[in-house]
Design a protein around this ligand. Structure first.
Ligand code: NAP
Length: 256
């Protein structure tokens, strides 16, 4: 069965491992956006870069005779997910989304929940604060005019200087992070507030635990709405769905 995995996440990497073990029943291509400079690559066929919108993806699916698409992109990668829904519908290809559950606050958390990045910038207020900004490289513009804060931006790759808030320092790091290291970072940098997306998962959740212990507020950007599709929470669920589809397709082929 020919499968396309839209990747770029921890769940996608877990799925690559399962697919590598599954052997030759699945002919897998992994697709990455090309946004990360040194991505973790699987031992599967990989293509890198956009498809050219819905039409480009549909044509690619048809040309490569893809029978199933697993959208394991990040919960904030909503354009790619929307394109996958439309392109799969047009090409008649089965689609499954892997979406890890979002984080939810627990006792002791001081979250300020906001809908998007401009709202996160506004929520900082005018009083200068020491901010740990962990929203990635793409969404920095709203913070340019957010006030005279002291910014520490953490991201896997260094953002273009023009995108950085004035005076921002950059800490290049790739998760997973642990609580002790996050605690040390927050203390050493005397951070007053963290801004993060509600990415969910365990790779980057230690900062929330460290903030809770230190009593720090967290400005939490809620997930954007995403085009509806059948969804599972993890790589195991995706693999079970693929096995089921494989069995169904195989039995249909035998009947024909
Ligand atoms: P996006 O805004 O939803 O997508 C923008 C465009 O990038 C898409 O229209 C598509 O271009 C291309 N693209 C995105 N994911 C792709 C993939 N896996 N393979 C091929 N093309 C892809 O996505 P994004 O937020 O920029 O995320 C880009 C990648 O980084 C995704 O793989 C995502 O899983 C990963 N990531 C994102 C975040 C985040 O916070 N957004 C965090 C961690 C990892 P075309 O229209 O030309 O096909």
């Amino acid at each position: 069965m020919r499968v396309l995995v839209l990747g770029g996440t921890t769940e996608a990497r877990a799925l690559y491992g399962l697919l590598e073990q599954a052997g030759t029943r699945f002919g897998v291509t992994v697709s990455l956006a090309g946004a990360t400079r040194a991505p973790v690559l699987p031992r599967l066929a990989v293509r890198i870069g956009g498809f050219g919108g819905v039409d480009g993806l549909r044509d690619w699916l048809v040309a490569h005779r893809i029978e199933a698409v697993i959208d394991a992109t990040h919960p904030f990668a909503v354009r790619m997910s929307a394109n996958a829904v439309q392109a799969c519908a047009q090409a008649g290809v089965a689609l499954l989304r892997v979406e890890r559950p979002g984080w939810t606050p627990v006792a002791g958390d001081r979250w300020i929940r906001v809908a998007d990045m401009p709202a996160a910038a506004r929520a900082l207020g005018a009083t200068p604060r020491r901010v740990l900004l962990t929203v990635g490289r793409k969404d920095l513009l709203p913070f340019h005019h957010a006030g005279a804060h002291d910014w520490l931006l953490r991201s896997v790759d260094r953002p273009d200087a023009a995108l950085l808030p004035p005076g921002a320092r950059v800490l290049q790091a790739r998760g997973p992070f642990d609580v002790a290291a996050e605690d040390a970072l927050l203390r050493t940098e005397r951070i007053d507030v963290i801004i993060t997306k509600n990415s969910g998962g365990t790779a980057t959740s230690a900062k929330l635990e460290a903030a809770r212990v230190l009593g720090l507020p967290v400005i939490m950007v809620d997930r954007p709405p995403v085009a509806p599709a059948p969804t599972v929470a993890d790589a195991g669920g995706a693999m079970a769905w693929l096995e089921c589809l494989y069995a169904h397709v195989s039995s249909t082929r035998r009947e024909v």
